[in-house]
Design a protein around this ligand. Structure first.
Ligand SMILES: Cc1cc2nc3c(=O)[nH]c(=O)nc-3n(C[C@H](O)[C@H](O)[C@H](O)COP(=O)(O)O)c2cc1C
Length: 193
């Protein structure tokens, strides 16, 4: 039976959008998976219906001022309508954030996304790619997988003066593909029939 993985994200300047595309590519690579990509600013009634019908929702937001962007938070607050009836209970959930700095306090963003998921009774899935630092790499390279070493979700980093044509770098986008694949695989294993 086909499983549906939706990616609900905001991107102000295109970097997080690149990550969302890569996550979608990875999820699509898993047989029997339908992928829906939804921009949460300008979300429509049809988009909400797609989210309601999804087996998994992957939340994505840039880190702005140490948390998910205001546009994403507006969407998160609007999901409260679903919270009242636990409409998203037992869906698989995951999340990603993109920031300008290597830290940039973006863990706070991922924590917000995971708290959102758990308020809804969703099942949060983290990152399992080993960080290059664990292999003894002194300075992570732009092609490294899980370059920034995040495990509670997917983190990518885009230099502020680099446009979305070159940032985030290739390794971060490949990490995003692998993350999307993992979430789709988990969804196929654990989601409701
Ligand atoms: C209003 C605003 C606030 C930001 N705050 C942070 C921050 O707290 N930490 C950080 O590392 N980068 C911060 N940035 C940089 C963005 O995270 C970075 O440019 C990111 O690539 C933007 O993603 P987007 O193109 O999807 O909007 C901020 C950018 C903006 C516009």
């Amino acid at each position: 039976m086909t499983k549906t993985v939706s990616i609900a994200y905001h991107s102000g300047y295109g970097h997080t959008a690149k990550v969302a595309e890569a996550v979608a590519e990875g999820a699509k690579a898993v047989a029997g998976t339908t992928v829906t990509v939804i921009k949460v600013d300008g979300i429509t009634d049809a988009d909400w219906s797609k989210l309601d019908a999804s087996d998994a929702i992957i939340f994505g937001a840039p880190t702005y001022m140490g948390g998910p962007s205001a546009q994403f938070k507006t969407f998160a607050d609007a999901t409260s309508k679903r919270w009242f009836t636990l409409a998203w209970k037992d869906k698989i959930a995951a999340g990603f954030t993109n920031s300008g700095s290597y830290s940039g306090d973006r863990l706070a963003s991922l924590q917000q996304l995971s708290i959102l998921a758990m308020q809804h009774g969703m099942i949060w899935v983290g990152q399992t790619e080993s960080a290059p630092q664990l292999a003894g790499t002194d300075v992570p390279k732009i092609e490294d997988i899980n370059r920034v070493g995040s495990f509670s979700g997917l983190m990518t980093q885009s230099n502020s003066k680099s446009g979305p044509d070159i940032a985030p770098p290739s390794g971060d986008l490949e990490t995003a593909r692998r993350f999307g694949k993992r979430i789709a695989e988990i969804t196929n294993r654990f989601s409701k029939a």
